[in-house]
Design a protein around this ligand. Structure first.
Ligand code: OOG
Ligand code: NI
Length: 460
């Protein structure tokens, strides 16, 4: 690589920082959330020295304060494929496919993120990116109107696309270009108080689905939340109302565990923001829109296919016992039921490891000598290597649906048939999405291979 190129990891770190600063100025409550999370994390680390030691061993402690994910929604295939090019400059690839249509949200999604453990360590910034599915709207006239409005907008500055093309052609950007790129790319995610449509068009789009209005009526895909990572989401959830933040009724995802798994998330309701619409006489017409919200998450160990199947089964079971929406009145019962169902899931790292339910990273213990075999289990038992949980870097479709719904309001939600179409999504994206399980497996394999090499034993 050219000596003068800035690494994509560095560009991503700059961008993540710039996005956080921008969102702080746009949504002051986000700053409150950051404060709350920092305080909960400091307390948790002080109270749980074993957790602090584990996060120090894996290096997660160093990325914790800069760790966050954002979410955006785009309207067309062209917007999505250009988004892929822009994120590629920051070393972010599309990982995973999420179909939200069964939950009544007319989108499908991927997560742009770094894929290698070293890159994740440098900056774990990720963006959940959804593509509106106009084909799920049954009103043909409205569908056409929405498509026409979307076709007319340009969500990237010409310079951002120019720099992305330069990155593709030359394989990198020097520092001046990289910094300019960050500033240019940031414009795409800004909030715009002026809608591109009339109040009447907005209401028509909104009547079909609030999400459709959110995507179609504005100049670009404003970042709709930015989520910091907490080490104790139950504590964060309890703290939110004390700081005047109205949290959603239940935490999405698995119940509290000794060995946290996957992802637990909570959010607070979207803010109502003033918007000026295009008036009949060409002058601004005042109105409002609610889209942007706050979210906090806790991350735990990534599950293997087998572990994930058990997770999905137990979550289904818990949800089938509490059908319908969870709200304040049934939240406690749901959480108890969730705990009961998940009693069937081992809550001990050595069990999760032995049963192949989760991914781990292997580390040398420092014991020297000549091990007799290259069998990982034998090397663990003989004290040459040990393992630590590999953190989950992705999202959960059921949780995402819960987050979407709590923020879109649950009145008059549409019903869409199960409608997964990964092929159509990849066609729009202009590339296949990566398989997240293969990425976790690669990291686990690399860590074991490095240990074996250091110990001077051949992999079997
Ligand atoms: C995305 C909702 C999903 C998450 O953390 O699961 C999400 C959106 O509302 O656009 O961010
Ligand atoms: Ni989120």
């Amino acid at each position: 690589m050219n000596q003068n190129f800035v690494s994509p990891d560095q560009i991503r770190a700059w961008f993540s920082r710039a996005m956080s600063d921008m969102y702080k100025s746009e949504v002051p409550l986000y700053d409150t959330l950051l404060d709350l999370v920092a305080q909960v994390n400091a307390k948790t680390l002080a109270e749980q020295p074993e957790l602090a030691a584990q996060l120090a061993r894996t290096g997660e402690i160093e990325r914790l304060d800069i760790e966050r994910h954002g979410a955006i929604r785009v309207g067309t295939a062209e917007e999505l494929s250009n988004m892929r090019r822009v994120f590629a400059v920051m070393g972010m690839q599309p990982v995973g496919y999420y179909d939200l249509s069964p939950a009544g949200v007319p989108v499908h999604s991927t997560a742009f993120r770094a894929t290698h453990e070293q890159a994740l360590q440098a900056s774990p910034f990720r963006v959940f990116t959804s593509l509106l599915r106009l084909e799920l709207i049954d009103d043909a006239a409205l569908r056409e109107k929405a498509a026409r409005i979307l076709a007319a907008r340009r969500i990237f500055t010409p310079r951002a696309l120019e720099l992305a093309a330069r990155f593709e052609a030359e394989g990198g950007l020097d520092e001046a270009c990289a910094r300019e790129f960050v500033a240019e790319a940031l414009h795409t995610f800004r909030w715009h108080g002026e809608a591109t449509v009339s109040l009447q068009d907005y209401q028509e789009l909104h009547g079909q689905h609030r999400l459709i209005a959110d995507v179609v009526a504005f100049k670009g895909p404003h970042i709709n939340h930015l989520t910091p990572r907490t080490l104790d989401i139950d504590e964060a959830q309890a703290e939110m109302p004390r700081r005047g933040v109205a949290a959603k009724a239940v935490i999405e995802g698995p119940p509290p565990r000794k060995c946290p798994m996957l992802l637990r998330q909570t959010s607070f309701k979207a803010l109502e923001e003033a918007v000026s619409f295009i008036g009949a006489d060409g002058r601004a017409a005042p109105g409002s829109h609610t889209a942007r919200f706050g979210e906090i998450e806790q991350r735990g160990v990534a599950l293997t296919r087998k572990g994930r199947a058990l997770y999905d089964h137990l979550l289904d079971l818990a949800r089938s016992r509490n059908p319908g929406a969870t709200n304040e009145s049934n939240a406690a019962a749901y959480m108890q039921n969730l705990q009961d169902c998940f009693a069937a899931f081992p809550d001990d790292y050595s069990e999760l490891h032995a049963q192949g339910l989760a991914y781990f990273r292997y580390y040398l213990t420092g014991k020297t000598g000549a091990p007799a075999s290259a069998d990982a289990q034998a090397l663990i038992e003989q004290g040459y290597i040990r393992y630590e949980p590999l953190v989950y870097e992705d999202f959960l479709p059921v949780s995402a649906a819960g987050i979407f719904q709590s923020n879109l309001g649950d009145k008059g939600q549409a019903e869409y048939a199960q409608n997964a179409s990964q092929a159509a999504f990849e066609q729009a994206l202009g590339a296949p999405v990566l398989d997240e399980l293969a990425l976790y497996q690669d990291t686990q394999d690399r860590s074991l291979a490095a240990c074996l090499q250091a110990l001077g034993v051949q992999a079997g």
